[in-house]
Design a protein around this ligand. Structure first.
Ligand SMILES: *Cc1c(COP(=O)(O)O)cnc(C)c1O
Length: 365
């Protein structure tokens, strides 16, 4: 049987295992997990595997992905990571909890929550230095004060996001600062901030080295569940699977050719003037896979195939010692950017390996 190419093979058993190991690890200090599904386009079977592994929430940045999971029958607490004002009505209808940092958006959420007779929960995002989303510390009190006055919203908790835009490392100092803010706000407003969501896959090193986790009781994890790595240095987290995803592509040309182009060199298809290394005559292959399918620069072969370059639809590899022939398939590991693009590409078939795990079932072997 010839399998469809390009395709991405997805091991639900490995994803579930990663979610379980991380849930147990962080659970030791009372930290619950949100499994983040945005890099896999909210693939319902993957969300279900995360839930089986022990995550208590599924979080995604896109309403469409959450709708997809709900339509497929995934039941959990859904969290929206990015909250556009223009989607306020759909948000209160579809998700339980959203992350927020603008009062104007909260007013809209509250308005539509009333119309649809819903109570919408919010997690208030605090700026801790990474300069993506979040309320500046100086404005936090007045924001909470205003949020509390909105009748159809409930403050479910508080959170921060680091190591995304500014590359700021989650450490004892910023985590302790968040905990202190929580204590202060709870006193000031006589409220209980339930969920204290301290960050993402970049929080692993902080967790392993911190004396205590303070008030932090939740993390939102995508990459470490999916790819088995923390995101400060992209180190493997001990015990986790790093190959839950494998990308397969087809060889459409395999020939011995010179390694240096001839003729006058001008811009390539993407506007760059390419530079080449002279390797003499060599065995090379072209794959039916390109930048319209995947972020090629984030692919890595374990059998030492080297990617020489790519255009929209073609990827060129050196196939020395591999004896690649037309029609052969080659496989690659993916980094986060490649995973995100491959899962989003309509051209790449998603092959969910179900021989070891049922949709909502247990690992059979
Ligand atoms: C994407 C995202 C995450 C997950 O990040 P990972 O590095 O994949 O763990 C967490 N929080 C927010 C707000 C996000 O947008």
């Amino acid at each position: 049987m010839t399998l469809f190419m390009p395709r991405i093979e997805i091991s639900l058993a490995k994803i579930q295992d990663n979610a379980r190991i991380l849930s147990e690890l962080y659970g030791q200090q009372g930290i619950s997990l949100m499994g983040v599904s945005k890099a896999v386009l909210g693939e319902p079977a993957i969300a279900a595997a995360m839930i089986q592994g022990g995550v208590e929430f599924i979080a995604d940045s896109r309403l469409e992905n959450i709708q997809r999971m709900k339509a497929a029958g995934v039941t959990t607490q859904f969290v929206l990571l990015r909250t556009p004002l223009s989607q306020a009505e759909a948000i209160v209808k579809v998700v339980d909890i959203s992350l927020n940092s603008e009062i104007e958006t909260l007013k809209n959420l509250s308005y539509y929550a009333q119309i649809h007779n819903k109570s919408h929960q919010i997690i208030v995002m605090v700026e801790m230095g990474d300069l993506r989303e979040g309320i500046l510390l100086a404005d936090l009190s007045s924001f909470i004060h205003k949020a509390l006055s909105l009748p159809h919203l409930k403050i479910a908790g508080i959170g921060c996001n680091l190591a995304c835009y500014g590359g700021v490392r989650p450490d004892d100092r910023n985590m302790r600062e968040l905990s202190e803010r929580v204590d202060k706000l709870e006193k000031e407003f006589r409220i209980n901030l339930g969920v204290i969501s301290g960050g993402n896959s970049a929080n692993y090193e902080w967790y392993k080295t911190a004396q205590g986790v303070g008030r932090i009781n939740n993390l939102r994890l995508g990459e470490s569940i999916l790819l088995g790595r923390e995101t400060i240095g992209r180190k493997i987290i001990p015990g986790l699977h790093t190959r839950a995803f494998q990308l397969f592509a087809e060889v459409i040309e395999a020939k011995i050719k010179p390694s240096l182009p001839w003729g006058e060199i001008c811009q390539d298809a993407f506007g760059h003037v390419p530079v080449f290394q002279d390797r003499g005559l060599h065995q090379r292959a072209i794959l039916a896979l390109g930048r319209q399918d995947v972020l090629v620069s984030g692919l890595k072969s374990d059998n030492t195939l080297e990617i020489l370059g790519s255009s929209s639809d073609h990827t060129i590899v050196t196939s020395k010692n591999h004896g690649l022939k037309v029609g052969d398939e080659v496989n690659f590991n993916l980094d986060y950017g490649s995973l995100l693009t491959a899962m989003t590409s309509p051209f790449i078939k998603k092959v969910i390996q179900t021989e070891v795990i049922d949709f909502y079932g247990d690992i059979a072997a």
